[in-house]
Ligand binder design. Structure first.
Ligand code: 3HC
Length: 708
């Protein structure tokens, strides 16, 4: 044994405790330690049964993803070598009970399934999330899971990657008992009970009773593959995991394991695994912010005051209420407030219809939101979030009157998407406590929040905002206070490029299809229609775009706005909406585009999907590099997190900057230079990009250099 695994014996039960913070990942030390502990417990005559448990916050949360990252990038090692340990666990002559709390995920659940029995606390989560990293379970999970829970349930768990709770696990047969109360004591009592039983110990690998008969197999597999293609669009692993699960039902255990291992290694080296593992660590990386250390104290946030009960304010109020935070919600008039509350109620009713919440859960959440006109009680809340419309004078006036009266450690956040945080902060007289919290609409659904750091924002204020984002279940990315911050700064060049492409001969539908085929959740024109063309126009004006008359200016957008084609909400924008939310190409718009382009002397030409992708995606990349140069984004990986979580960029491509790295920055720069020659100044290559290419480096290298 070693420091990562300890053993103690109490009343005939050997308690083997895994202690490898933060999440007890399966490092070689843990695997070696478990192996040695099992040997020792097996050889100790005073031991009647064995319990394996995790120290700290969780059971084993999986294989060490740092090792998997090395494997993905070409190392021969990195995959946990588990077969001997799993076999040893299963062949132990004393009952082995796995005692789970926290998260038993991936390799963690695979270890648990090799025990004879499994118990868990009620809020434990168990799952095989490997597909989310572009791989499949690689430690015999695809062979044991269907033997315990049946093939259909195993397909559902492995394809979705979603963990299940203890009650579900119990009814599926994954665990044998739910332990209320102290886990080690409950699991030890259970272990003694099992030791007193006679008869052979149950070995998962020998079980056949849950596997489907041959006649039912084809239907289940077809349904599983359909599910994978439909719900995990473009991902290789969810389809491949069904192949491995099929082997459990058709091959002897050892051959099934060999099949699983082949698929695991093939996928572990794939582009998708590299990208998804990058996305995993990129998301964890956002919590490491220069100037904020582990010792920086975040103020606790129990009560929030929200100013503005419109779409954004209402969505933020729901996000807070969902996270158990009490909210004071205010607006200028009772009428606006009533409208806001009615919208919140309507949105929650939809969640009930979709089965996301029970009516009782909604009542609980509604009770957390206290509507009021005026600012009574606002001076005592821990955090104020201002979400009124984008008007600097109004925001300054609110900040001046509300923020200046708040209790000493109160944080004042503005939900602006375009305005200067420092100017708002200056109106408060306590600029260190002011920050931007740029939520994305609908704020109760979208995971991304840009946390905008002003010149004077203190580390404690930043830490508080980061902790709030986490509490709301969001990914909070700290960005600098530049025009459009990071997300919108990059989006506009991308958006304009798609509009220029239709002027040059493409159609909105062709552009959107090329983008969704690439993997974007939605095409740019569909996004514009959803957000509202008037909103886009307002933001564009606020950001001061096209103030230089020499710049090429999109021709069509403002004409659509003038014609009242504001998008989905009006049933017409770039597309027509005969059904709510279903875009249909509109010949009227295409005629308008052609005529405006002809007036401007633009000859229509055939445009390939490749050109569409390069113009759209490389506009993002080039602007991303400029945002890095300007320091508004701290890391290329932060930009990736923003685009994957807020703008529908496919996670399996890692994000725009990772995509550029993998495409090859040399080629990317060449394309950008060609566009620069052809289209002028807006395509000037970012100096950072030129520099990286000259050094043969990547954005990923630049991030690493910044870390060290
Ligand atoms: N390996 C290495 N590090 C891990 C890890 C893992 N499996 N899981 C989490 N971590 C690290 C994170 O990088 C983070 O490190 P940091 O503090 O240095 O940034 C730290 O643990 C805490 O993680 P979170 O910030 O995510 O903490 P949360 O409490 O929010 O979430 C969690 C905990 C639910 C365990 C979440 O981290 C998670 O989902 N982890 C991944 C689980 C997973 O995918 N397991 C399967 C791995 S693949 C596998 O097992 C293959 C096998 O079949 C062979």
């Amino acid at each position: 044994m070693n420091q990562a695994v300890t053993l103690s014996v109490d009343q005939g039960v050997a308690l083997i405790r895994i202690d490898n913070p933060p999440v007890n990942a399966l490092s070689p030390e843990v695997i070696g330690g478990l192996d040695a502990a099992i040997d020792r417990a097996s050889g100790d005559d005073s031991v009647l049964a064995i319990v394996i448990i995790g120290a700290g916050r969780t059971f084993i949360a999986g294989a060490d993803i740092k090792g998997l990252e090395q494997l993905a990038w070409g190392s021969d090692s990195g995959a946990p070598e588990m077969h001997e340990l799993l076999q040893k666990l299963e062949d132990t002559r004393k009952p082995v009970v796995m005692a789970m709390h926290g998260t038993a995920l991936g390799g963690g659940l695979e270890v648990a399934m090799a025990g004879h029995y499994r118990v868990a606390v009620p809020d434990a989560l168990m799952g095989q999330p490997e597909v989310n990293l572009g791989i499949i379970p690689g430690a015999e999970g695809t062979q044991r899971l269907p033997r315990l829970v049946g093939l259909e349930k195993a397909i559902e768990m492995c394809v979705s990657g979603k963990p299940i709770k203890a009650a579900d696990a119990l009814s599926a047969g994954l665990i044998d008992r739910v332990i209320d109360g102290e886990l080690a004591a409950g699991a030890s009592a259970f272990a003694r009970e099992m030791a007193s039983r006679t008869g052979a110990l149950p070995k998962t690998r020998e079980r056949q009773d849950k596997l489907p008969p041959a006649s039912a197999l084809p239907g289940m597999l077809t349904a599983g593959r359909d599910l994978a293609r439909k719900t995990r669009r473009n991902l290789e692993a969810p389809v491949a995991v069904v192949d491995a699960l099929e082997a459990a039902a058709t091959l002897p255990f050892a051959e099934g394991c060999a099949r699983e291992r082949d698929i695991f290694f093939r996928l572990a080296k794939s582009e998708q695994a590299k990208a998804l593992i990058h996305a995993f660590f990129a998301e964890r990386g956002v919590s490491k912010v220069p100037g904020v250390s582990k010792d920086t104290v975040a103020a606790p946030v129990h009560r929030v005051g929200i100013i503005g009960a419109g779409t954004m304010g209402g969505g933020i109020a729901m996000a807070c209420a969902n996270a158990g935070i009490n909210v004071h919600l205010t607006d200028a008039s009772q009428e606006a407030l009533d409208r806001g509350i009615a919208t919140i109620r309507k949105n929650y009713d939809v969640s009930v219809k979709r089965g996301r919440f029970t009516p009782a859960q909604v009542d609980e959440r509604m009770a957390r939101i206290a509507p009021q006109v005026g600012y009574d009680g606002f001076s005592d809340v821990d955090l104020v979030i201002e979400a009124v419309f984008e008007n600097m004078a109004l925001k300054k006036q609110i900040a001046g009157s509300v923020a200046s009266q708040g209790k000493a450690d109160q944080v004042f956040a503005t939900n602006t998407s375009t305005l200067d945080i420092d100017e708002i902060a200056a109106a408060t007289g306590r600029a260190a406590k002011v920050i931007g919290l740029h939520f994305f609409s609908p704020a109760n659904v979208m995971r991304l929040v840009e946390i905008v750091r002003g010149n004077a924002t203190s580390p404690e204020t930043l830490a508080t905002a980061m902790a709030v984002a986490k509490k709301l279940g969001k990914v909070g990315v700290v960005v600098g206070n530049g025009p459009g911050f990071v997300g919108n700064r990059l989006m506009f060049p991308y958006m304009y490029e798609t509009q220029f492409l239709v002027e040059e001969g493409a159609t909105p539908a062709q552009v959107d299809r090329a983008l969704t085929d690439f993997g974007m959740a939605m095409g740019m024109f569909a996004v514009d229609d959803m957000a509202g063309l008037d909103v886009g126009a307002r933001v564009r004006t606020a950001l001061g775009h096209f103030s230089d008359p020499r710049e090429r200016r999109p021709l069509v957008h403002e004409r659509l706005v003038a014609a009242g084609r504001l998008g989905q909400k009006r049933g017409a924008g770039w597309y027509r909406y005969d059904e709510p939310r279903t875009p249909t190409p509109d010949p009227e718009v295409e005629t308008l585009i052609r005529s405006l382009a002809a007036d401007a002397g633009i000859e229509p030409r055939a445009i390939t999907d490749d050109e569409i992708l390069d113009r759209a995606i490389l506009a993002l990349v080039n602007e991303g590099a400029k945002a890095l140069e300007a320091g508004v984004a701290a890391r290329a990986s932060d930009i990736d997190v923003i685009y994957v979580n807020g703008y529908g960029f496919p996670g399996w491509r890692g994000g725009p900057m990772f995509y550029a790295d993998r495409r090859g920055l040399g080629e990317v720069l060449e394309r950008i230079r060609a566009f620069h020659r052809q289209h002028g100044e807006r395509w000037r290559p970012a100096a950072l990009l030129v520099d990286l290419v000259s050094r043969g480096a990547t954005f990923r290298d630049a991030d690493r250099a910044r870390r060290t």
